[in-house]
Design a protein around this ligand. Structure first.
Ligand SMILES: [Mg+2]
Length: 223
């Protein structure tokens, strides 16, 4: 598909596999807390197993309970903090890497991402995205109330790139929150529905349907 003058990407599960960040975090947390937890099983492997169960949202609580830790209430916040602050070992999706190179000539490129500021900033650094795009906006720099679907990041991106809204496209993976604001502002929207996307099956709210669906960023043609 032909794309607009400015191409703005979401980060997690759009440019790199979010799952790989989570597992990178589990490795960091397991290494940092192994002595204090003293589990008789492999902490990191168990966290990875739990990620693919309904316990995904409380992996640290479950693993501490299984290890027989009694002061879990004190440890969990520390583990979450270590998870968010760790230096991630992550890589771009190959099609994303190729698209950033292919589309750089002839387009303005940007990234808009939600999530805790330090965590998202570490991801951007680890992926080496900064020098490859014109503008990165991490919405958490303004506070959580400005996370998607708040329109501020999209308005600011169009201004920074000096591209009118109708010539901007947002490419993202989560129909539940990604497309409401850019749709409302007159951007084009593209849902990259990856087979292994964590959020690929989320329902779009009213006004939140993407204008197009692709399976990989290979479908974004230069020109
Ligand atoms: Mg995402």
């Amino acid at each position: 598909m032909a794309v607009s003058h400015a191409i703005v990407f979401d980060l997690d599960d759009t440019l790199y596999p979010e799952r790989s960040f989570t597992f990178s975090g589990y490795r960091a947390v397991a290494a940092a807390f192994a002595d204090r937890i003293g589990a008789s099983f492999d902490l990191c492997s168990r966290m990875g197993e739990l990620f693919d169960t309904p316990a995904r949202g409380r992996v640290f609580d479950v693993v501490l309970a299984e290890a027989g830790v009694t002061d879990a209430a004190a440890l969990v916040p520390e583990m979450i903090d270590a998870f968010r602050r760790h230096q991630p070992d992550i890589r771009l999706h190959p099609d994303a890497d190729a698209a950033l190179t292919r589309l750089r000539a002839g387009h303005r490129l940007g990234v808009i991402s939600d999530g805790p500021l330090e965590m998202q900033s570490n991801k951007v650094g680890a992926l080496g995205i900064g020098p490859r795009v014109d503008e990165v906006i991490l919405t958490d720099r303004w506070g959580r109330e400005f996370w998607k679907p708040h329109p501020r990041a999209f308005e600011q991106m169009a201004t920074k790139l000096a591209v009118p809204p109708e010539q901007c496209v947002y490419v993202a993976d989560n129909p539940a929150k990604d497309f409401v604001a850019p749709n409302a502002l007159g951007w084009r929207t593209v849902f990259v529905k990856r087979p292994d996307g964590i959020y690929a099956d989320r329902q779009a709210p009213p006004g939140g349907e993407a204008g197009a669906v692709i399976e990989s960023l290979e479908a974004l043609a230069a020109g």
